[in-house]
Design a binder for this molecule. Sequence first.
Ligand SMILES: Cc1cc2nc3c(=O)[nH]c(=O)nc-3n(C[C@H](O)[C@H](O)[C@H](O)COP(=O)(O)OP(=O)(O)OC[C@H]3O[C@@H](n4cnc5c(N)ncnc54)[C@H](O)[C@@H]3O)c2cc1C
Length: 378
Amino acid sequence: MKFGILGAGPAGLYAAILIKRSYPSATIKIFEQNPSDATWGFGVVFSDQALSFLTKDDPQTADLIEPYMEKWSEVNVTHQNETVVIDGVGFSSIGRLQLLQLLQKRAAEYDVVPVYNKKIENLAVFDDCDIVIGADGINSVVRAEAPDEFDERFSIIRNWFCWYGTNRSFDCLTQTFVETEYGFFNAHHYRYTPKLSTFIVECDENTFENVGFAELSEAESQNICESVFQEILQDASLVANHSIWRQFPVLNNRIWYRDNRVLIGDALHTAHYSIGSGTRLAMEDAIALVQALKESEFDYAKAFPKFQSERQATLRKITDASFNSGKWYEQFATHMSLPPCKFALSYIMRSGRISAEKLHGMSPKFAAELEARGIQIE
Ligand SMILES: Cc1cc2nc3c(=O)[nH]c(=O)nc-3n(C[C@H](O)[C@H](O)[C@H](O)COP(=O)(O)OP(=O)(O)OC[C@H]3O[C@@H](n4cnc5c(N)ncnc54)[C@H](O)[C@@H]3O)c2cc1C
């Protein structure tokens, strides 16, 4: 049986690994437009239970990735120059390129080597394939060939963001909010190696226009961001990697497959980076898809509807939470009128998935601090 996979990001690579693991005689061709040692962005975080979604079924891959992860168990929210620590919020992180290279290594153990530097414009290259997996990210060619049939839905989170890195390490995931003469800025920053950190700068539409970011060069934008966050960057500078201003696209598809083609990962749905789940969801999609294929003896006509019906509800919970979180960020300038502790509470409750009871259990120190300050959790 022949599989065609478009995209060697986390979704495509992991799908290839899982297919070969359960169907060793399968032939797989994967095309990837980038070189094997290039990627955009810096580190990515995994929320909550980190790699627990892998450990039970695929300990080899989990064990390979685990040593490269940075971990912490609290989030710092800095607002009005005060840092509020929210305990009990576990995250782990890894460099995106590091993760891809580990998955490439694992795929090579199954003799799967993607064809790199090969941008696919149409799907004729997969004409000889029995099953085609669109793991080609937000601008998916597989989806673009039939957007109506996949019933794609797009919207945007209106804030602007720019993904930088920095050669400074931070103790944990930190959300820094700053008011400037131009307006309001936020940075999501966390280390992904002992010495390097992701540093995503975000601002609302008014601030973006006030600065005139749209007219500035990449270097000029970077200078402004460095001066806005000088206090936390200290002597470090920002590092760019295709760091351009963008608005986050929210994508969902009502239908996940068409004939012998199926979508997974960002080609199928996006999850706002503020909840750190896109990579995990992409890999979980691969797990669910290959499971459905296995249970249907690789008959895609049975497997694809099964994949969608069994995965949809779980996925929806996370994408809804991510949408709520993105919407909270759209309003962060308004929330900044709150004093630091109340602001941190608003931040941690933003996705709608944490009740007062859950917060007490998850973050006892933070809950106690709120109580001591007479702040009700609601
Ligand atoms: C600012 C920002 C921060 C983020 N932070 C996090 C985070 O902290 N944690 C997290 O889990 N997720 C995060 N994400 C999301 C995460 O990056 C994605 O959800 C994840 O990469 C999805 O994996 P994927 O394999 O589906 O798609 P991608 O990683 O986009 O991979 C798709 C691959 O397909 C290739 N491709 C596309 N079109 C073609 C073509 N025509 N021909 C050949 N190749 C093609 C691309 O080059 C790419 O390598 C963040 C996203 C952004 C924008």
